[in-house]
Design a protein around this ligand. Sequence first.
Ligand code: ZN
Length: 87
Amino acid sequence: MIRFLIIGLLFYIGYRFIISLTSAKKPLTKPAGSRDPGEETYRDPVCGVYVSEEDAVIGRHDGQRHYFCSMNCLEKYREQLDHSSPS
Ligand SMILES: [Zn+2]
């Protein structure tokens, strides 16, 4: 009889353990590094970093706006354009 009680207790502990695991998986806070979804971000074509319009260095090329994380990347991008175009 005591055996059944122990087995029942183990099942109960296991059940509670699983419940605590599944509830712990629910994210309580936003994962670190994620930006505000309302804020639009642009990908720096040189280094691949995502920048917000506010932080970005904006370069224009062929009527298109390109967003860079720094002037350094903008310069690199311009260099690449110079090298790729034969004219
Ligand atoms: Zn960059």
